[in-house]
Design a protein around this ligand. Structure first.
Ligand code: NAP
Length: 298
């Protein structure tokens, strides 16, 4: 048996089309142009690429897009001042401060300064709490993308046994919460979990967000399970080149799973689309438009 490939690239392309159409409608009917601001501190090459892609996508969808690049030795006070300015900017509905930050800038201080209504990465304690209460407008982008993919591929979540490996604030914790809200029976695993393979073998939905290349073995996958691979790992390939692999041994897991996300082209493809979706949701919510005034299925 080979698994159904969950094509995040195709789903995200369709989602972006819907978002662009909705942005056009908002501009026409409500004079609102969703605005995204990115803040990058330092010169980490991967972060530079991520931020550039985010701004480019925002522009492609017809959003107002601004980016601020601060030097690697910028003080915490400078970063906080920028965030506070953007909090007050009526053209900006989403603020994304690219992580990780240089060590002199405390992530927690930045998140505390950020207006939760503009927190499109959904990392502030306010948005984490709203997610726990089942009242969140803004949900962390990659977990939100995972749920959209499960829905798109008709994966039965209610009653399923779901295992989330990894407990980060960015992915693992919100992913577990979303699966629980969708009535899965959720187990969370981490570096101190005993007998991870056994937990995997029981999972109807196996989600890996570990950051270790091909760590989850194919033999651990329950036959027919849905495998969501969140990992993005750069490994050496032939001739001094690199390739990107996930946290799951894809070739082996593909033999046993019912459905699986490839890396790249799976869950990662959804993250930027969901960031744009959050910016759109933030814009409508800040304007006081009810969610029902958005087109369905966004
Ligand atoms: P993270 O902060 O890097 O933490 C890794 C998690 O994995 C921790 O909870 C850790 O447990 C757990 N872990 C480490 N070794 C383990 C082991 N041997 N067995 C079980 N669990 C183990 O997590 P993250 O930020 O969510 O990132 C995880 C991966 O997802 C990375 O490859 C990252 O690049 C990728 N990612 C991709 C996207 C995307 O857009 N596609 C978004 C976010 C993350 P402890 O808590 O006990 O240390």
């Amino acid at each position: 048996m080979t698994a159904r490939i969950i094509d995040g690239k195709a789903v995200s392309a369709r989602l972006k089309e819907k978002i662009a159409a909705e942005a056009t409608r908002l501009a026409r009917e409500h004079s609102i142009v969703p605005g995204l601001a990115t803040v990058l501190v330092g010169t980490d090459p991967a972060s530079e690429v991520y931020v550039r892609n985010k701004n480019r996508t925002a522009e492609q969808l017809g959003f107002h897009s601004v980016s601020f690049h601060l030097p690697a030795d910028a003080s915490e006070a400078e970063v906080l001042a920028r965030v506070r300015e953007l909090n007050e900017d009526p053209q900006v509905h989403g603020i994304l401060v690219q992580m990780p930050l240089p060590k002199q800038v405390r992530e927690q201080a930045v998140l505390d300064a950020l207006d939760p209504r503009k927190d499109v990465d959904a990392l502030t304690p306010t948005n984490a709490g709203l997610l726990l209460s089942g009242r969140a407008t803004l949900v962390s982008c990659t977990p939100a993308g995972m749920m959209l993919l499960l829905k798109e591929y008709d994966v039965e979540v209610a009653g399923a046994s779901a295992l989330v490996i990894g407990r980060s604030l960015l992915f693992g914790k919100p992913a577990a919460q979303l699966l629980l809200s969708a009535n899965a029976t959720v187990t969370m695993a981490h570096s101190r979990t005993r007998d991870l393979a056994e937990h995997c073998r029981r999972a109807d939905i196996l989600v890996a967000a570990i950051g270790k290349p091909e760590f989850v073995q194919g033999a651990w996958v329950k036959p027919g399970a849905t495998v969501i691979d969140v990992g993005i790992n750069r490994v050496e390939a032939a001739e001094g080149k690199y390739r990107i692999v996930g946290d799951v041994d894809y070739a082996a897991a593909n033999e046993r799973a019912g459905a699986i996300t490839p890396v790249p082209g799976g869950i990662g493809a959804m993250t930027i689309a969901c960031l744009m979706r959050n910016t759109l949701l933030a814009a409508t919510s800040i304007a006081g438009l009810a969610a029902t005034q958005l087109s369905p299925k966004i």
